[in-house]
Design a protein around this ligand. Structure first.
Ligand SMILES: [Fe+2]
Ligand SMILES: [Fe+2]
Length: 229
């Protein structure tokens, strides 16, 4: 099986990630380079591993995390579907099985909160990995533009962890923010991402718990649990 290590060494993918990150830098977006894709890869695969998914799905989630943002090299708008289409021939050339390629293509093509639909475990894990990446190290050169809400929110995040409670089926996203931004500002810019995380967790038969500065933000049981009660 083609592994994450093989994909990391692929020159075409390396160039695409660099081009996408450069384009988003020019647009004034936070970091979308090796730091981001490495976080997403680790988090997505870690979630599936913790929930007991197969080694194949764990590896595919790791690969999907690494390649998910390559479409930004074409355009920010629809970068998910654009990336998916770019990836198919590149992944084929690596010798990856067509069924594995399609797992990645579907996950990448659906990772944007605007148009994404969760239809597989790999896709759910990718969404959770991607949408949970907010941290001070995402602000470019460590210099926040204080007039930019994304910079303010990210720069105020001192700690960021995603943990999985397999027994109680909870995926918990815990953040620690300092006073240079606020929970209100986090919710203002990331609400649609939080909703996507809830849908992704639900696909994995888990609840999604967002905890900011020790406070649970979405303190509601999952729909499935409410129905059962
Ligand atoms: Fe993306
Ligand atoms: Fe991303």
């Amino acid at each position: 099986m083609v592994t994450l290590q093989d994909i990391k060494q692929n020159e075409a993918i390396r160039v695409l990630i660099r081009a996408g990150n450069r384009y988003l830098d020019a647009m004034g977006y936070t970091e979308h380079g090796p730091r981001h894709v490495s976080y997403v890869s680790k988090t997505a695969s870690g979630i599936l591993k913790a929930l007991g998914y197969s080694p194949r799905e764990v590896e595919l989630a790791a690969i999907a995390g690494w390649v998910h943002d390559v479409g930004n090299s074409v355009n920010r708008h629809d970068h998910g579907p654009l990336g998916a289409v770019l990836l198919l021939p590149i992944l084929k050339e690596t010798g990856m099985e067509m069924a594995d390629i399609m797992e990645i293509v579907t996950a990448v093509g659906n990772h944007e909160e605007q148009s994404g639909f969760i239809s597989s475990a790999v896709s759910a894990a990718l969404a959770l990995g991607d949408k949970s990446d907010a941290h001070k190290t995402r602000v470019r050169d460590g210099k926040p533009d204080v007039t930019d809400i994304h910079d303010r929110v990210n720069f105020s995040i001192q700690e960021n962890h995603v943990t999985v409670d397999r027994v109680n089926r909870v995926i918990r996203h815990e953040l620690t923010m300092d006073e240079s931004s606020s929970v209100m500002e986090y919710l203002q810019i990331y609400m649609s991402r939080i909703v996507m995380c809830e849908k992704a967790a639900d696909f994995l038969h888990c609840s999604f718990d967002l905890v900011i500065n020790g406070q649970s933000i979405n303190n509601r049981p999952r729909a499935e649990e409410t129905e059962r009660a």
